[in-house]
Design a protein around this ligand. Structure first.
Ligand SMILES: [Zn+2]
Ligand SMILES: [Zn+2]
Length: 753
């Protein structure tokens, strides 16, 4: 039988996931000659076989692909005859433009976890144990395609044992680019706050770290994605010490548990939550507290009834948690408002007054990232922060752009979106750009991307707000590269992000967009935040919004819920809250209100006002504190039926002041905080349905930070179902400003006006 040569191209997330070794073994099993290599589009395979065998080979390949890979497309064609003397894995240098997804970091796999605990295994206690299925990828990438010399692991030469594993086709570390061991690999180093080295042997270091944590010390631990600050979660005094040193009075900390059993002992964990905790992403999952909790809840997440929980995502954390056997607070290693730290010197310097000890290691981190955060509502995942394990790809959207585009995103939950090829890369969340260091990290990462993909943008998209640091940087880059810069309105970008996620731009039906958040500059130069849009035929128009109320005292309004309440009270009612202010403040704000011109429709501030009216929070010590405390009270309302605060009212624009007046009245009459908090959310959900029905739409798309409130979303889900209305939400992206960069791109690609 005559043998022909076939070329198979596989595209998608196929590099750094064990794809070449998998193809090699499959080819050997089928007794095929040929080669496999990484190329600019993914994985390239040549085989010599009959056409029937080639088809069968491709079928087997697609059916049994490595579990952490993701194939987006594949092709097979016959090419001119080639000669092979066996089947080989080829290591490639790439000259072409890269067109593949960036592989995210993977949590350490089950079998690697077992190896580091097995005294007889040669990786016993090795803190950087990985294999083709697990370990850091994006964090250590310096170049493409994914080869060892294109990662920061290249500094470590494999010992003879590791090399042997690397070349044995039946070994789980066959062609594992992150392969290393105790003898040749990454070394741990333990130092005190003065920089003195403490323990020598790797085993001793792990033991000491566990001991220090048990004794109430705070340790800065360099994980594979950046530093974490850790301390005993059961020790209230220590957690409080961490709060003081970090100058973080109330913002909740995440807690790292040793294993899934220990989580289940303290929380009610659903199947989806359990799966998420143990997935290759290993995010922080927000769980409901129970009375079994053994950690210092009130200090870890003050005034909340939920805790952000995670499991060890690296061999290092696995070893420490095994030695310790109890939960630890694990929060990003940074000082107030700064980005997560990833370098030893920086850590010793910046965290010297926070941490008592420092656990460093010798692997460079190219792309430091925070941990991702998710929560579940009716078994459906809501992403709160999209970072390690999830960023930087958005695989579902293949773009049709003819030239590279860079979207700069927002200001508070900063991300950027870059389209250098046919893939859309949405970066990790950087955080608040008020911090100079965060702004620098955003800029550095954008520059790294332009180098990784050898592409400069030909179009830059920015938010309409001229003072967002992302807009300012976008204009600077536009000037530097001589590129056109286009402004896109904040809430329209939010709406476009959901339309894009659900591929709705070709919908023949009109779609109502409901975009509620804290702030964004509107087309009329007012501060929008409670918006209703209509999408039809590639056009977005503002359909309705919450009634405007006064925006006073600039940025203070967002940090002091009492000011939102002050502004939202009707004139004859305002005196009711006089005791929340000093006499001087009262005089000033009354005067400010009289002369104020700037108006807002912000729902975020309406949440603040409700929290203040119900005496929950008058000052926010972190963003969205009032909304989170309000959600906690609403969660406690489990029996009875909620009150529709706008019942029987006819309105064109949603009357925020009526909602507040109703709440104040009922609160005075003795209705509980819990019932009123729940009724407020119920009223908001009901109002969306009322407006949708009035305008005859059957699809609603919701976005903006307010839609991270799981009770609101849950009520809305139920109401929509009864009315046969389809509800679309951000799924792969967070509902908050993290999705703005992607929304800007979608708006630019699909909207005419
Ligand atoms: Zn593994
Ligand atoms: Zn080795």
């Amino acid at each position: 039988m005559k043998l022909e040569t076939f070329k198979i191209q596989i595209s998608g997330c196929v590099q750094g996931v064990g794809f070449r070794p998998f193809v090699f073994n499959l080819a050997i099993k089928n007794k095929l000659l040929g080669s496999v290599s990484n190329n600019a589009n993914g994985v390239l395979i040549y085989i010599k076989s009959s056409s029937q065998t080639a088809l069968r080979f491709l079928e087997q390949l697609l059916a049994n692909k490595p579990q952490v890979s993701n194939i987006t497309s594949h092709s097979m064609e016959e090419v001119s005859d080639m000669e092979f003397d066996g089947f080989r894995i080829l290591v490639t240098e790439n000259k072409e433009q890269i067109d593949i997804p960036l592989t995210p970091d993977f949590s350490v796999c089950k079998s690697c976890r077992a190896e580091i605990k097995d005294v007889k295994n040669r990786r016993f206690n090795y803190a950087f144990t990985t294999c083709v299925h697990c370990g850091p990828r994006y964090a250590i990438t310096t170049k493409f395609p994914f080869e060892r010399q294109h990662t920061t692991l290249y500094d470590f030469e494999m010992c003879s044992n590791c090399k042997q594993e690397y070349i044995e086709s039946n070994n789980k570390r066959f062609h594992s680019q992150t392969n290393s061991c105790n003898a040749c690999g990454i070394q741990l180093e333990l130092r005190d706050a003065l920089g003195n080295s403490i323990a020598e042997s790797q085993q001793e270091i792990i033991r000491k770290v566990a001991q220090f944590i048990s004794e109430g010390d705070i340790i800065a631990i360099k994980n594979t994605n950046g530093y974490l600050l850790c301390c005993d979660a059961g020790n209230e005094e220590t957690v409080y010490k961490l709060r003081l040193r970090k100058e973080r009075p109330n913002k909740p900390f995440a807690v790292l548990y040793p294993n899934i059993e220990s989580v289940k002992n303290e929380f009610v964990v659903s199947k989806s939550e359990e799966n998420a905790l143990q997935s290759s992403v290993a995010p922080i999952v927000i769980l409901q507290n129970t009375s079994n909790s053994k950690i210092a809840n009130e200090t870890i997440a003050p005034n909340l009834a939920q805790t952000g929980v995670m499991l060890p995502c690296s061999s290092l954390l696995e070893l420490i948690m095994q030695a310790l056997g109890k939960p630890v607070v694990a929060t990003s290693g940074n000082i107030h408002g700064a980005p997560i730290i990833s370098e030893e010197e920086e850590a010793q310097e910046q965290l010297k007054s926070v941490a008592d000890y420092f656990l460093h290691h010798t692997l460079d981190i190219g792309f430091p990232q925070d941990d991702s955060v998710v929560k579940f509502m009716d078994e459906q995942q809501l992403i709160l922060r999209r970072s390690r394990g999830l960023a930087p790809n958005y695989l579902e959207v293949k773009t049709i752009l003819t030239q590279p585009v860079l979207a700069m995103g927002s200001h508070l939950k900063s991300t950027f979106c870059f389209v250098p090829n046919t893939y859309t890369y949405v970066s990790q969340c950087f955080g608040n750009l008020d911090s100079y260091d965060i702004l620098k990290r955003l800029e550095t990462t954008i520059n790294k991307y332009t180098h990784l993909f050898s592409a400069l943008p030909k179009q830059i998209l920015i938010d309409k707000h001229p003072n967002y640091q992302s807009s300012i940087l976008g204009r600077e880059l536009g000037e530097k590269w001589g590129v056109n810069v286009l402004e896109i309105q904040h809430h329209k970008a939010h709406f476009a992000s959901v339309l894009g996620e659900h591929d709705l731009f070709n919908s023949t039906e009109k779609i109502m967009g409901v975009v509620w958040d804290g702030t964004g500059l509107g087309d009329d130069n007012m501060i929008w935040g409670g918006e209703f849009f209509m999408y039809e035929n590639q056009e977005i128009s503002r359909y309705s919004h919450f009634e405007y109320y006064d925006w006073i005292a600039n940025d203070k309004m967002a940090t002091e819920p009492r000011l939102s309440l002050f502004s939202l009270l009707k004139d004859d009612n305002r005196d009711l809250i006089k005791d929340k202010f000093s006499d001087t403040e009262w005089k000033i704000y009354t005067k400010v209100l009289k002369n104020n011109k700037l108006k807002t429709s912000s729902v975020g501030r309406l949440f603040d006002a409700v929290a203040s009216a119900l005496d929950m929070v008058d000052f926010n010590s972190y963003e969205a504190e009032a909304a989170m405390v309000l959600e906690k009270h609403a969660l406690m309302y489990t029996k009875g039926s909620p009150i529709d605060l706008l019942k029987d009212m006819v309105y064109n624009k949603l009357p925020s002041k009526v909602i507040i007046a109703q709440i104040i009245k009922l609160y005075k009459e003795g209705v509980s905080k819990e019932k009123l908090a729940f009724s407020f959310l119920y009223t908001l959900a009901q109002s969306i349905i009322t407006i949708a029905k009035k305008s005859n739409v059957e699809i609603i798309a919701c976005s903006g930070g307010v839609f991270q409130n799981s009770i609101l979303v849950s009520i809305l889900n139920k109401l929509a179902r009864t009315e046969d209305i389809q509800l679309k939400l951000n799924r792969k992206l967070s509902a908050n400003d993290e999705n703005i960069s992607f929304g800007q791109l979608m708006y630019h690609q699909h909207i005419k006006n």
